[in-house]
Design a binder for this molecule. Structure first.
Ligand SMILES: Cc1cc2nc3c(=O)[nH]c(=O)nc-3n(C[C@H](O)[C@H](O)[C@H](O)COP(=O)(O)OP(=O)(O)OC[C@H]3O[C@@H](n4cnc5c(N)ncnc54)[C@H](O)[C@@H]3O)c2cc1C
Length: 651
């Protein structure tokens, strides 16, 4: 039973939001302050809190619990043990006046243990909290001014070029064009070494030829087919001659066939058009394009070899290495029989029954679209899916893929691949089992393409584990040699990162800019059959950084409207979750995650807000767009710590 005390409990007079209409998550912060009227510290802190709540009535509500004298206050706090209700040891030992705590769900009247969310402290801790509360969120993060070593570049350097870029992928092309726009004389060398299976492609690097673009187009094809199978009939669309009435109540199965050569040829033709556009783009920007394999001979000399084996040398004041990476080969007996993501988009026939080796996003995305266009697909996973991503979201992806026909062989690696007489591949796994596949696709990681670049000859330090170039503000240990994109240690392996870093570097080298590249809070999307997009920290990383007590997770599971009519979709849900820094004043958002349709489209805008210090309060103050999945992110109120079910009701 709650004991009655001789204290006056009064609400801050400035509070303007009705407690009945206020969701605890979206309403003002509620602070309880208890003390006795003869205490100077109590009087000072109540005045201070009262002023803050007057200034920010919609953000702060204060409930004062005033005792007549010190004895009564001590009796309530210490002898009767109100302080024992705090989780923190510091709270349990608090004796001074005042004591302040944050409320969970404000209950009127005397101090109630049920009303405690967290112990705040005494006079000094509350003043600190007020300072933090009133400090405006920085509009944009302050980027450090790059500290780089003088690379000796002079206007009259006497070399052939101001800049030679090695690698014509996302990062190299962006840097080369930007530098040229800024008046530099630039050459760009791009040469595609054939994959071990002999696949080769045109200008533009991984993204456009064997990465983002063909992958997303195959994913779109697979999603389209899934929609035809799972949704079309429920929207009254059927094959000619089949009445929708005949199908309701049973699983409709519109018969479809995917023609590999059509999708593959159309994608290939589109990529060719992009290759051509890139060549034109370089010409228009006056960048000298050399379709040649480049090797560093010394810090200013690059040896280039064309397709016919003709060797020549060019010199440059500055060199940018942007050679990206290549798939790591499968390290087992017969591993050379496996193809990689460098080959899959160019296969002349449907890969058929396929084993995807690896739990990386590339493996899961390939498995997803191959299954989505109708193939029998198995993924071999050594340990966990999508290492580095949020665990809960990664597991949801695995579950969805399993429910949608992708098989998983877990805790195994292939130990042997053998070619059979019918050209199929027999795979023996580490657990002794085996199976036969038409295609084995290895996606077990990527290795920086620096092995034969001559970096040792110019003392460019690389990470021995992955051969990536160590840099400080993109400058390597050889001052006039720089690196951007996948080849740079610590750079997220994403196209827009390479592009932005390349442009920023070019502006610093040739445009007088002091802006460094900001590698923090970069949005990314995994284009698995159910898409997953995120920005900021995973729940696990947030706990590692802020402690379990330092974060809160708001989450919700829901059925997206586009899936609501289809009986075939009712086992699947989308999921949204945000991770906040509980100790910051308005609960700074430190991670956002969304698993569901159109994830990439949803997360991009939130990424802008995250870059600008988004708080939970700002998020829930934002009016959603209805009916969309994106609005779920601005209406999240179920906390993980409450233990309440993340599955939400309707609108
Ligand atoms: C299957 C797959 C899917 C992906 N999906 C996405 C996605 O959805 N979103 C995303 O943001 N990112 C994605 N990526 C990653 C993205 O493609 C890379 O991060 C990006 O291409 C890196 O750009 P880069 O400039 O560092 O290198 P690259 O684009 O790899 O370009 C390097 C270029 O240098 C050339 N080269 C290498 N050595 C030499 C040399 N010695 N001389 C001359 N030329 C040389 C190479 O042939 C290549 O053309 C994906 C990657 C893969 C493999």
């Amino acid at each position: 039973m709650h004991k009655q005390y001789h204290c006056i409990s009064k609400d801050s007079v400035h509070y303007q939001v009705s407690p009945l209409t206020m969701s605890p998550a979206a309403g003002p912060k509620v602070l309880h302050v208890a003390g006795h009227s003869s205490c100077g510290f109590y009087n000072r802190i109540t005045k201070c809190l009262s002023s803050v709540s007057l200034l920010f009535p919609n953000r702060l509500r204060v409930i004062e619990h005033e005792f007549d004298d010190r004895t009564m206050y001590r009796q309530w706090l210490v002898e009767d043990g109100f302080r024992n209700n705090f989780c923190d040891q510091e709270g349990k030992e608090h004796v001074a006046c005042p004591i302040v705590w944050i409320s969970n769900n404000p209950i009127d009247g005397d101090p109630d243990p049920a009303d405690i969310e967290k112990y705040l402290g005494g006079h000094d801790a509350t003043l600190d909290w007020c300072r933090d509360f009133m400090e405006p969120a920085p509009f944009a993060p302050i980027k450090p001014e790059p500290e780089t070593v003088n690379d000796g570049h002079k206007a009259d350097h006497g070399y052939d070029y101001d800049l030679v870029v090695i690698g014509g992928g996302s990062g190299g092309m962006a840097a080369a064009k930007e530098a040229s726009i800024l008046g530099a004389k630039v050459a760009l060398c791009d040469f595609v070494k054939p994959s071990p299976q002999g696949t080769t492609w045109g200008l533009g690097g991984t993204c456009v030829n064997v990465g983002c673009i063909p992958k997303k187009l195959f994913h779109i094809g697979a999603t389209l087919r899934e929609s035809i199978h799972a949704d079309a009939n429920f929207f009254g669309i059927s094959s000619v001659g089949v009445k929708p009435d005949d199908m309701m109540g049973q699983l409709p199965n519109m018969k479809t066939e995917t023609h590999w050569n059509v999708i593959k040829d159309n994608i290939e033709n589109y990529i060719r058009s992009l290759n051509f556009k890139y060549r034109v783009g370089l010409r228009e920007k006056s960048v000298q394009y050399l379709n040649k394999l480049a090797t560093l001979k010394d810090a200013h000399t690059v040896e280039v070899v064309d397709k016919k084996g003709n060797v020549s040398q060019i010199t440059a004041s500055r060199v940018l290495v942007a050679v990206g990476g290549r798939p790591t080969p499968l390290d087992c007996d017969g591993g050379n029989l496996a193809i990689s993501s460098d080959d899959v988009f160019f296969l002349n026939q449907d890969p058929g029954k396929t084993l995807c080796v690896g739990a990386s996003y590339i493996s899961l995305e390939c498995a997803g679209f191959l299954a989505g266009i109708g193939n029998d697909v198995t993924v071999a996973v050594r340990s966990i899916l999508l290492r580095g991503f949020d665990r809960e979201c990664s597991e949801r992806i695995g579950d969805y893929m399993k429910e949608h026909g992708v098989k998983f062989k877990t805790q195994v690696t292939p130990s042997k691949l053998e070619k059979l007489e019918d050209d199929r591949i027999k795979v023996t796994f580490s657990d002794g089992t085996d199976d036969v596949y038409d295609t084995v696709l290895a996606a077990v990681g990527r290795t920086a393409d620096t092995a034969k670049l001559g970096l040792e000859s110019v003392n460019v330090v690389t990470n021995p584990k992955n051969r990536k170039i160590m840099t400080k503000f993109e400058q390597s240990s050889c001052p006039n040699i720089y690196a951007v994109g996948d080849v740079m240690e610590g750079c997220p392996e994403l196209t827009p990162v390479a592009i932005q870093a390349g442009k920023a570097l070019a502006r610093r080298l040739f445009g007088g800019s002091k802006e460094s590249m900001d590698y923090v809070n970069i949005c990314t999307t995994v284009f698995t059959p159910i898409e997953y997009s995120c920005v900021g920290l995973s729940e696990e990383d947030a706990i590692a950084k802020h402690g379990e007590d330092g974060i809160e997770v708001y989450h919700r599971e829901f059925l997206p409207l586009e899936w609501s009519l289809s009986q075939m979709r009712h086992d699947s849900n989308a999921f949204a979750k945000i991770v906040v820094d509980k100790k910051s004043a308005d609960e700074k958002v430190i991670g956002m995650h969304y698993v569901g349709p159109n994830a990439g489209e949803i997360m991009q805008g939130y990424g802008v807000s995250m870059k600008n210090g988004l708080t939970y309060r700002q998020l829930v103050d934002t009016v959603g767009i209805h009916p969309t999945s994106s609005e779920e992110l601005v209406t999240l109120s179920i906390t993980k710590s409450s233990g309440a079910d993340a599955a939400a009701g309707g609108c």
